[in-house]
Design a protein around this ligand. Structure first.
Ligand code: APR
Length: 233
């Protein structure tokens, strides 16, 4: 058996579901009443910036109504106590992992509490509404700040760092993601290629479920604390 040292964990909307945040691909294929392509593409933003800002402003506002759940807390504990390498790669734009205390974390699809100024290229911490006329605190230009969210057709963040971590992984764990969206959906294949063990925890088998060595079906709030206990116990 190869020694288990380096862990890469991928999380998706399912880990925040028990905190009360909607997942993307619900039964009707709608996301908070919108088609994903109407609010999560650069084309949608160019076509109807008011709608897109309203949508993300409401989601940013909603963050203050929700709290991390047992799965976020368990991963934060694993991060604090695991002596080897560990990286939590989240597709989520909420801040529940960091509010639970996770440190070795990156947001590959951006963050609700961040703005991106297209005039000066700065990323700036953002609280409250952004709207179409927001002024960039870095350069002072108004109306050029957009949500710092990776939309469909855009390049996810920190891919080099993610690839490096995957190449060194002994264990890859996927939690609460449907496996619809690449490149994240392909991480399991990279991990397998380098000989890592692979585990998924999801409410239902994901699209790539057959690629995992082990698939645990159930709620993240129950499965993740039990798994962390196994890892640290
Ligand atoms: N525990 C575990 N899994 C759950 C739970 C739960 N309590 N509730 C739902 N799930 C599972 C669902 O069964 C589903 O397979 O979480 C998964 C969520 O899948 P999606 O809604 O497709 O979310 P995600 O995979 O994170 O989407 C990826 O798509 O629109 C883009 O950029 C957006 O980051 C997002 C990406």
């Amino acid at each position: 058996m190869r020694e288990l040292r380096n862990i890469v964990i991928l999380t998706g909307a399912g880990i925040s579901a028990e905190s009360g945040l909607a997942t993307f691909r619900g039964p009707e294929g709608l996301w908070e009443g919108h088609r994903v392509e109407d609010v999560a593409t650069p084309e949608a933003f160019a076509r109807d910036p008011v709608l897109v800002h309203r949508f993300y402003d409401a989601r940013r506002e909603n963050l203050s109504q929700v709290a991390p759940n047992a799965a976020h807390a368990a991963l934060a504990r694993l991060d604090a106590e695991w002596p080897g390498g560990l990286l939590i790669v989240t597709q989520n734009v909420d801040d529940l992992h960091e509010r639970a205390g996770a440190k070795r974390l990156l947001h590959m699809h951006g963050e609700l509490r961040s703005g991106w100024c297209r005039a000066c290229d700065a990323r700036v911490a953002w609280e409250g509404a952004m709207g179409g006329h927001a002024m960039c605190p870095e350069c002072g230009v108004s109306g050029a700040v957009r949500p710092d969210i990776v939309w469909f057709g855009e390049m996810p963040y920190e891919m080099e760092r993610i690839d490096r971590a995957l190449m060194e992984a002994d264990l890859f764990v996927s939690i609460g993601t449907s496996g619809n969206v690449y490149p994240a959906a392909g991480f399991v294949q990279t991990a397998k290629y380098v000989g890592a063990r692979t585990l998924e925890m999801n409410l239902e088998p994901s699209l790539g479920s057959y690629l995992f060595d082990e698939s645990r079906i159930g709620k993240a709030g129950e499965l993740v604390p039990a798994w962390v206990e196994e890892m640290l116990g």
